[in-house]
Write a protein that binds this ligand. Structure first.
Ligand code: C5P
Length: 335
């Protein structure tokens, strides 16, 4: 799987963004997180992660093997500050993959883990940052898979069953298992306990970032506040309308079933989101907030309709970033 590039060794993997077709938010759990009943669809907008080993790279048996990270943002804007740090989810994913491998080696009688060469992580970001589309989780999923190949290449042995990935992915974040999985799936718990939905029928989307930020914590806290004394905002925990629509492949049925409990708080917290939702409900089949926002997802009839809606978005909201893409998309894979 490794590609020799001018004597470098490069491991390239990609993983998809997601949209929640249904997002039902239940009670807050003991750990401060809300229990979710969600239906994910992976969409064909992929993050690409490359692990690059330069010729003659220093080898190390201890500590991090990561030398640095360089993130490239495929939109025009500048990247957020401090993105290239060890806190970056792609960097953490490489760290946990290597640590897990080391621990497995050392726990197996007679095997001492060998030294691995330092590497640089390159991330091409094409999904909105902190947008509710799990772009960072896609980076982590891609980095986990690329790290798996990097370890096998330099160790010279199979790392073992990929079954470990699910546990590593869950430890990195609630949306990482789905970025590994791809396709369509029902997610429960924090959204990280997945049941696959086998339908592969295509749908088309336009995603719009309304040039605002909205933190996940703020959105969930606002929902809790709104629910006090508003019984009509009770959790919607039955996703059957969207799971049925995935089986028929009819975008009108899917449009009618789309639901997100976080839409009301997102609208109230950021009026710009409401404006884009209203536009999408008029020009597309239906618009919803993606995850906890601020991205708005507009479901369209097909590709042609999606491209027309995207053009109209660019006219009406010239400062907002928008792209069209299809779903479902496959999960993490080597490029
Ligand atoms: O997943 P993440 O760490 O981005 O979540 C940030 C915050 O959003 C959490 O600390 C919690 O307050 C809130 N949250 C929640 N229920 C979830 C996911 C996030 O309450 N299922």
């Amino acid at each position: 799987m490794a590609e020799q590039m001018a004597q470098r060794t490069v491991f390239t993997a990609s993983a998809p963004a997601k949209v929640n077709l249904h997002l039902g938010v239940g009670e807050r759990m003991w750990d401060g997180y809300h229990e979710l009943t969600t239906v994910f669809q992976a969409v064909d907008r992929r993050e690409v992660v490359r692990l690059v080993v330069e010729p003659g790279a220093e080898r190390t048996r201890l500590g991090s093997v990561v030398e640095g990270i360089s993130t490239r943002w495929l939109f025009d804007d500048t990247l957020p500050e401090n993105i290239d740090t060890p806190k970056n989810l792609a960097w953490r994913a490489v760290d946990v993959a290597v640590s897990a491998w080391r621990m497995n080696c050392d726990a197996t009688a007679g095997i001492i883990h060998p030294a691995l060469p330092k590497l640089r992580i390159e991330v091409d970001k094409s999904v909105f940052i902190a947008g509710g589309m799990a772009g960072g989780s896609a980076d982590a999923a891609a980095a986990l898979l690329a790290a798996h190949h990097y370890i096998e290449h330099f160790w010279g042995e199979p790392v073992g069953a990929w079954h470990n990935t699910e546990g590593l992915a869950r430890g990195l974040g609630a949306d990482v298992p789905f970025a590994v999985h791809g396709g369509n799936a029902v997610g429960r718990g924090r959204g990280d306990h997945l049941r696959a939905l086998p339908s592969e029928l295509p749908f088309w989307w336009v995603f719009v970032n309304p040039a605002t930020t909205l933190s996940t914590a703020e959105c969930f806290a606002k929902l809790d506040q709104l629910r006090e004394g508003n019984p009509e905002l009770a959790p919607q925990l039955d996703p059957s309308r969207v799971t049925d629509a995935l089986i028929t492949g009819n975008p009108h049925e899917l449009a009618a079933g789309l639901h997100n409990d976080l839409e009301m708080p997102a609208r109230l917290l950021r009026p710009a989101i409401g404006e884009v939702l209203d536009f999408g409900n008029a020009y597309a089949l239906r618009a919803i907030v993606s995850g906890s926002g601020p991205t708005v997802a507009m479901l369209c009839e097909g590709e042609e309709h999606a491209l027309a809606v995207r053009s109209r978005v660019r006219e009406v909201f010239p400062g907002y970033q928008a792209f069209a893409c299809g779903g479902p998309a496959h999960g993490v894979r080597m490029a």
